[in-house]
Design a protein around this ligand. Structure first.
Ligand SMILES: NC(=O)c1ccc[n+]([C@@H]2O[C@H](COP(=O)([O-])OP(=O)(O)OC[C@H]3O[C@@H](n4cnc5c(N)ncnc54)[C@H](OP(=O)(O)O)[C@@H]3O)[C@@H](O)[C@H]2O)c1
Length: 251
């Protein structure tokens, strides 16, 4: 079975993985794409590339801050009207501010919970109600391997991604019986603005991550996957380390 991803909203489409997913959707036959994020100039840049390469595709941009939770449902409705329907929601918006040793910042932790988790829930709840009623649709959430364990480096980020993975799993368990495809993607390291300059080795390109994300989503069957797949082994290992050992590791 191949799931059609024809009329898609990409939240967090102005850079990185979300931008790459928008390009990949265009390359693989989407009819209409809504690009959502805060930076209008970047959204226009992405839309310009897609329109140039695929003039047949309808591409619209929407400046939106995902923490404006009251605006999510009205914006979803507006996009539905503009695109002639929506069958796919990709939530790729996320922030990971640097948190240094000894720092406990509620401001940063709150931003990560609001953008990475609550923004996702706001968009997914609207999509879920529609897709369940339609008995079809795809919700794709970009979580992270960082949600597999509470690590010492950035507790707020780990928490936001662990909770997002759990929310997506629960949606999947609720909605797969209604034919809705709920996909959790847990990337390892991807070369984007979020990771650049942080001394991370072995990151894959955002284009490659996007190709893998959409091929998993198109396969249907609602699933959760690490991207690339080798991170499943890493996850298995870090989940199996007992807490009294894990706390002494610099992971
Ligand atoms: N890069 C990695 O190695 C990696 C690994 C695992 C998971 N992830 C996850 O992948 C997702 C995409 O990250 P990325 O690596 O592609 O980083 P990125 O290039 O920094 O992209 C982040 C995206 O989120 C959007 N965003 C941030 N805050 C927003 C807000 N308040 N409202 C609306 N949009 C907002 C940004 O758009 P604006 O700034 O224009 O609003 C941008 O489009 C994130 O959820 C991240 O946690 C990344």
């Amino acid at each position: 079975m191949t799931v059609p991803l024809q009329r898609a909203i990409v939240v967090g489409a102005s850079s990185g993985i979300g931008e790459a997913i928008a390009h990949e959707l265009a390359r693989t036959g989407a009819a209409a794409i809504a690009l959502v994020a805060r930076r209008q100039n970047e959204l226009h840049r992405v839309a310009g590339i897609i329109k140039h390469e695929h003039p047949e595709i309808k591409v619209q941009t929407y400046m939106h801050d995902v923490v404006d939770f009251d605006q999510t449902a009205p914006l979803f409705e507006r996009i539905e009207r503009d695109l002639g329907g929506v069958d796919t929601l990709v939530y790729a918006a996320g922030v990971m501010p640097e948190v240094v040793e000894g720092e406990y910042s509620f401001t940063k932790d709150r931003a990560m919970i609001e953008v990475n988790l609550l923004g996702a829930i706001a968009w997914m709840d609207v999509a879920a109600a529609r897709f369940e009623a339609a008995r079809s649709g795809t919700i794709l959430g970009i979580s992270s391997i960082a949600g597999e364990r509470g690590r010492r480096g950035n507790p707020g980020y780990n928490t936001s991604k662990a909770a997002l993975s759990t929310f997506l799993e629960a949606l999947r368990n609720r909605m797969s019986r209604y034919g809705v495809n709920v996909v959790t993607i847990k990337p390892g390291f991807v070369d984007t603005a979020m990771t650049r300059g942080k001394g991370i080795k072995g990151a894959i390109a955002a284009d490659e991550a996007a190709r893998r994300c959409l091929s998993i989503a198109r396969a249907g069957g609602s699933g959760s996957a690490f991207v690339p797949g080798k991170w499943a082994l890493v996850a298995l290992v870090i989940r199996s380390i007992p807490s009294f050992i894990f706390r002494h590791l610099n992971l």
